[in-house]
Design a binder for this molecule. Structure first.
Ligand code: SAH
Length: 469
């Protein structure tokens, strides 16, 4: 970002425009919207400029700019349609300590004027640093369409009501008041009865919110999906956008957290496998503390919150503290991993069931019904299986699973670093090592990838592996 957008206070400031032709007219149309004193210098001024001068919207001097003219100017526009004259004026402007702009000459300008969507006091500035003027126009047209004409009027009335709205506690309740006003109540009242009706509606809304102000906090237990922001549900996205506090697991990546409000408190409660950096009790206490204080808490867990997410423990803690909560389902990583590998998790005649198992639990590597899993036609999605891969491989083979059983490893499903490795049970642990799989990964046991980045290796000597287990 070479050009940093800021809003300049023009009240009581002086803006000088050198040039009085069509180029100057175009700029003046924008500049005259400000509260600045506008001074125009130029011979043979366009009729519009003369008319503006007569209406006392600007002061016009019918000669070229001289050095003394620019004293105290905050902005100087060189709009002479003459390179030499523009350069002279820009140099005078800089010498006088003003910020200078040479119209349509990015390199010679210290600042540039954006495309503006004007719903005063709401303004949207659009700039592309000169890279794509057509795109800027397109965005401007889209924005013009998106912002109803009455936006400005609603904001002006809203501004006069800010003090009254301070009767509401700061935070979620007050935000909701404004969001209701701009989203529905205000536009409806304006259409029905103009400004007086809007003011009546604001008072009614305020009374309503004051009455319901004692609302306690709430925790949304949200499945944030496998990592790609696109794979968040609309509901999760909306709640995230409204939350006061976001408490998230390590596996929820930055692009998702960026969807939270800027003012939201964001806390990572990372649990690194095998290394208990945040204890579950502390996470529970954190959620309870914020919600009890009235905050709307978004508790983001990777995938679906109800799969290997210790969801029940969190629910029990919330129930115990009398905190209301709800669960928002998410796309579990196995679903995303299967999609990435181009496979179905069940298939008539192949596997009519699939087990979701974990490679690790609180006590270390997790035990399962290995005998059942080793049966031909079994399938499993193994979560937290990277470190347990060798263990799982050994257990299954000891119980009779064949070395040729396909295994598909999907690392970082849905994320930019996604990798799909096709292997077999017999060469699982050596492939994991040679491919440097670090996780997060789903291991599909009994399911062959349709598409893969890495194809199966020859089988290891099965007996040595079985023997180690
Ligand atoms: N609740 C989560 C699982 C949490 S346990 C869900 O429904 O997906 C953490 C495990 O999830 C990781 O060890 C890994 O096995 C899996 N996982 C999470 N994100 C993943 C991703 N993007 N790609 C592959 N596996 C992932």
């Amino acid at each position: 970002m070479r050009h940093f957008p800021v809003y300049l206070d023009t009240k009581g400031q002086r803006i000088v425009v050198s040039g009085a032709g069509q180029t100057a007219v175009a700029k003046l149309r924008l500049i005259l919207k400000t509260e600045a004193d506008v001074l125009v210098y130029g011979e043979e001024p366009e009729a519009e400029i003369v008319a503006w001068a007569q209406a006392e919207k600007l002061s016009l001097t019918q000669r070229a700019v001289k050095a003394g003219d620019l004293a105290g100017a905050r902005l100087v526009y060189a709009a002479n349609d003459d390179e030499t004259e523009d350069a002279r004026v820009a140099a005078l402007g800089r010498a006088a300590g003003a910020l200078t702009n040479v119209v349509d000459n990015l390199e010679a300008s210290e600042f540039i004027t954006p495309a503006i969507v004007d719903r005063d006091p709401v303004t949207v500035a659009i700039g592309t640093e000169g890279a794509a003027p057509v795109l800027a126009r397109k965005i401007k047209a889209m924005t013009e369409e998106a912002l109803a004409a009455e936006t400005g009027q609603l904001a002006r009335i809203g501004r006069t009501f800010r003090e009254a709205a301070e009767m509401l506690p700061q935070g979620a309740v007050r935000r909701e008041f404004w969001s209701d006003y701009y989203g529905a109540v205000g536009p409806r009242a304006l259409a029905a009865g103009g400004a007086p009706e809007v003011r009546r509606a604001l008072w009614a809304l305020l009374r309503e919110k004051l009455a319901s102000d004692a609302r306690p906090g709430h925790v949304h237990l949200i499945g944030a999906g496998p990592g790609a922001p696109e794979m968040l549900t609309q509901k999760a996205r909306r709640i995230l956008h409204e939350a006061d506090v976001v408490i998230h697991d390590r596996l929820v990546p930055a692009p998702i957290l960026e969807l939270a409000r800027r003012e939201a408190l964001i806390v990572e409660v990372g649990k690194i496998p095998g290394d208990q950096s945040w204890r579950q009790d502390d996470i529970n206490a954190l959620m309870v503390r914020h919600a009890a204080g009235g905050a709307r808490v978004a508790r983001l867990k990777s995938g679906d919150a109800g799969i290997f997410g210790r969801l029940d423990e969190e629910i029990e803690a919330l129930d115990g503290a009398g905190i209301s909560h709800d669960i928002v389902p998410g796309i579990t990583s196995a679903a995303a991993a299967a999609a990435a590998a181009g496979i179905s998790m069940t298939r008539r005649g192949r596997n009519s069931s699939i087990r979701f198992i974990t490679g690790q639990d609180v006590d270390g590597f997790a035990e399962h019904d290995w005998r059942g899993l080793a049966q031909p036609g079994s399938a499993a999605a193994i979560y937290m299986g990277v470190r347990a891969a060798r263990f799982v491989q050994g257990r299954l083979m000891v119980h009779g699973a064949t070395a040729e059983t396909p295994v598909t490893v999907v690392e970082n499903a849905s994320r930019p670093e996604q990798r799909i490795v096709a292997t077999t049970l017999g060469s699982l642990s050596s492939t994991m090592a040679s491919e440097g799989i670090k996780g997060p990964a789903i291991l599909f046991y009994g399911l062959a990838a349709r598409t893969a980045d890495v194809l199966p290796l020859p089988i290891d000597t099965p007996h040595s592996i079985a023997g180690e287990a």
